[in-house]
Structures are given as C-alpha cells and as structure tokens.
Design a protein around this ligand. Structure first.
Ligand code: SAM
Length: 290
C-alpha cells in the first residue's frame, strides 16, 4: 500500500476509520519520510535485527521498520488503532502487534523469545507523557538492549546529553549517561506531525554501554543521592542530602563521605559529574549509610 508518510494517506486512513486523536496517549503521528529514514539510519537497523517499536500509532514508522529489519514487535496501548494497523501492516508478515501498555510488557521475556536473549534495538516516536519512565524501565529492567533510538521533546533530548554547568543538567542526564552514550541524530520541527505538537522534537540515540563508565557498589544508593541532590537544586549538596528522606546519613557522615570522595563542603549537586556521584555513593557505602 501507499506509505503513510504521505500526509494525504494518513488523513485518508484516519477518516476511513473515524479515528480521533487521544491527547492522553500522546498521539502525534509522523508524516515526514525524511525524518523516518533518519530514525532508522540512526538506529542502524539491518535485516539481521529484531526491533521493538513502542507506540506504532497507525503504523507509519512501522512500515519502514518492517522493510529494514528481520522482525518487528510493535506495542500499542490504544485498541482503537488495532484494526487500522491490521490494514496498514497487511503487507508485512514480519510485524507482530501487541495491544498493551509498554510498561506492563515483560520485555526480557520478549527479547528472549524473539532474539534468543541477544541485545535488541528499540525504536519509537515516543508518547511524550511517559518518555522518562519508558527509558528508565528499559535500562533498569536489564532488558538486553543495543540501542534505543527515539523521538522525544527537544528539551528532553538536551537534558539527556548535557553535563555539569548547564541548567538542563539533572537526574535524567546522569541516569542516561550511566547506562548509555547519547547522540543527537536530528532536530524535528512541529510540522512533521499530525496533529502538530506544542513543542519541537529531536531524535536521540542511546547506545548502551557494555560496562558502566564508573564503578558503583550500590547503584540504587547512587541514584537516591542524585535524586536527593537535584530535588533541592538551589541548596548546597550538604543541605540537600541532610534534608532528604532518600538518604539516612547525618551531617558528620555526609562530611566524612565528602572528604573521602574529594568533594568540597560547599559543593552544589549540579556541579558534580557522574564520577563524583559514584565516588560519593561508594564512600557512603563504606560508612555503612544506605
Ligand atoms: N509511531 C507513530 C508515529 O510515529 O506516527 C505514533 C507515535 S505517537 C507520538 C505515540 C504512540 O504511542 C501512540 O500511538 C500512542 O497511542 C502510543 N502509546 C501511548 N502510551 C503508550 C503506552 N503506555 N504503551 C504503548 N503505547 C503507547
């Protein structure tokens, strides 16, 4: 069938099925072939690959993924899209559609079943209301992933990439960079979607590190320290940690941990890099703080 990247075809299908866009599902469908090709190229999809697509919508990106990959599983929450996907993906027997919330799918089991447990590629024009939970779930659940190539809000892509010294820097930057190497593949204006979103978008590829860039004894503790320090951004790190329920240390223990990690007493969390947060977590661990 004619590709859905042609806006006329998208409008025709939407009318045919009387489909109404649901804001609560973050439904902004791509209508730009150039952007779709950019996403697939950035992900490096080949005929060897098994690809997980999150939120296929009416199947616009899925049609191209089906041609580029060996096999595709597309997980879509909105059951009203299922009859549409049946028609738009009819020419692609290598695509399986699962009607579910991506956060409820056992992705480890899926990767095992479909790819023998080897690392998979994840590709999506993400629903923006749950970008961070989806990305964190992919990293934290230890699903074998080679790379995640996704459309996100431009500002979120920035947050994933930056280091200390930028006002965008925060817990998301550190979490993403602990697990992966971010690469900004494209900026995407609002006119590449139907309906147009309120904000510009960007395609970012997160290539999973084979080994984390820092050694941390207790990842959970490090991420609690990071959250505590950015929850109270304007405070010094010392006060941020003292006032947080996420960490049980008293002032003396915090100062001792700072000394061990080589962090000045008046430091702010936003000036610390991943290596310093790792050193701080290891110091707390050595002091018996959890
Ligand atoms: N891939 C299509 C495209 O590029 O045109 C649609 C992208 S649209 C931004 C996001 C899609 O994710 C929608 O189809 C929406 O229904 C779906 N979605 C939203 N929340 C979801 C969830 N929790 N699990 C799976 N799919 C979800």
């Amino acid at each position: 069938m004619e590709k859905l990247s042609n806006p006329q075809k998208t409008i025709e299908i939407i009318k045919k099925y009387g489909f109404t866009f649901q804001k609560k599902f973050g439904q902004n469908f791509l209508i730009d072939e150039h952007v779709i090709r950019k996403i697939i190229q950035a992900a490096g999809v080949t005929k060897e690959d098994y690809v997980l697509e999150i939120g296929p919508g009416i199947g616009t990106l899925t049609q191209y993924l089906a041609e580029a990959a060996r096999e595709v599983t597309a997980v879509e929450i909105d059951k009203k899209l299922l009859p549409i996907l049946e028609e738009t993906l009819a020419d692609h027997p290598n695509v399986q559609v699962i009607n579910n919330d991506i956060l409820k799918v056992d992705l480890k089991a899926l990767a095992q079943e479909k790819n023998g447990g080897r690392p998979i590629k994840v590709v999506a024009n993400l629903p923006y209301y749950i970008t961070t939970p989806i990305i964190m779930a992919l990293f934290e659940s230890h699903v074998p992933v080679e790379n995640i190539t996704v459309m996100v809000q431009k500002e979120v892509a920035e947050r994933m990439k930056v280091g200390p010294g930028s006002k965008e820097y925060g817990a998301l930057s550190l979490a993403v960079q602990y697990y992966a190497e971010p690469y900004l593949a494209a900026n995407v204006p609002v006119n590449c979607f139907i309906p147009r979103p309120n904000v510009d978008s960007a395609v970012i590829r997160l290539t999973r590190h084979e080994a984390p860039p820092v050694l941390v004894e207790d990842e959970g503790l490090m991420f609690r320290i990071i959250r505590a320090s950015f929850n109270q951004r304007r405070k010094t790190l010392l006060n941020g940690l003292r006032n947080s329920d996420l960490i049980t240390a008293d002032k003396e223990q915090i100062l001792e941990a700072f000394k061990m990690a080589g962090i000045p007493e008046n430091a702010r969390g936003e000036t610390l890099g991943l290596a310093e947060f790792a050193a701080l977590a290891n110091a707390f661990k050595a002091l018996g703080v959890s």
